[in-house]
Design a protein around this ligand. Structure first.
Ligand SMILES: O=C(O)CCC(=O)C(=O)O
Ligand SMILES: [Fe+2]
Length: 261
């Protein structure tokens, strides 16, 4: 089975090299364990009001599964989300991949999603997250999306660790992974799976009693349309109270309707 490299979050060059080669890696010590605990308790109330297999608005999505909860509008639910959004590793990865490469003038958050997999959740279908903009992705050689799935609980082989297909970011879109090409993103709490928009991956199956909790953030080039509109999923006043850098990441331009492409 191929393995993902585990790299300390301070080693940005090595993380970028692993993402370029394998399409993904595990960055260690991205979020403090204490921050993970606070985030979990901040989201608890909203999670308690949701039913398994549904999002907050009561919509069901077959792609996500029957034993999962997907929470959005995270900035109004936790004042600590702004620290995750502006995590130095994520911003540096976005800068190096999108701005330094001249793909874009700026970085945007596409969405932030809490992904809770409960006991009995089965494996998700393999997919590439950049398929949200597949016509653009087909036309571009460079990545347009870089994602982080942060482990707010430990990710294990039996509780739903994300399945990843190293190298698949370079595959033709119709190639399907064989069993021996798939690896599991097992990682300790506070680590994050960092992966390219084009790499094949899927949620794993949870056979344990305790839920597995991943906090997803996807960063895109600034000229793409984010898949979550933060001014709708959150209370707009909460977003407009954030520092300017955070507002720009969330696609708000206080000075007007400018697109920083
Ligand atoms: O739950 C996971 O680990 C991954 C989920 C995922 O890839 C998705 O919903 O796009
Ligand atoms: Fe995904």
């Amino acid at each position: 089975m191929p393995e993902l490299k585990q790299i300390d979050s301070s080693r940005v060059d090595d993380i970028l090299a692993a993402v370029a080669n394998d399409g993904a890696c595990i960055a260690l010590d991205v979020l403090d364990v204490e921050l993970c605990q606070h985030l979990m308790s901040d989201f608890n109330q909203a999670l308690g009001e949701m039913r398994w297999g549904e999002d907050e608005l009561g919509y069901r999505n077959e792609f996500y599964g029957e034993r999962t909860k997907r929470l959005h509008g995270l900035f109004s639910k936790s004042p600590r989300m702004v620290d995750v959004l502006t995590n130095p590793l994520f911003l540096e990865l976005g800068k190096r991949l999108f701005i330094d490469s001249k793909m874009a003038d700026d970085i945007r958050l596409s969405n932030a999603e809490l992904m809770v997999l409960n006991q009995g959740q089965v494996v998700q279908a393999f997919h590439a997250d950049a398929a949200s903009w597949r016509r653009v992705q087909q036309a571009e050689e460079h990545e347009i999306l870089i994602s982080a799935n942060c482990a707010l609980t430990e990710f294990t082989a039996t509780n739903g660790a994300t399945r990843v297909v190293p190298g698949s970011h370079r595959w033709p879109s119709d190639r399907e992974p064989q069993d021996d090409e798939i690896t599991l993103a097992t990682m300790p709490r506070g680590a994050a799976l960092i992966y390219a928009g084009n790499v094949l991956h899927s949620g794993g199956a949870n056979h344990e009693v305790e839920a597995r909790v991943g906090l997803y953030l996807g960063y895109i080039v600034s000229w793409l349309r984010p898949i979550e509109n933060q001014l709708i999923t959150n209370n707009p006043a909460d977003i407009l109270a954030l520092p300017e850098q955070a507002q720009r990441l969330l696609d708000v331009s206080p000075g007007g309707f400018t697109v920083f492409a």
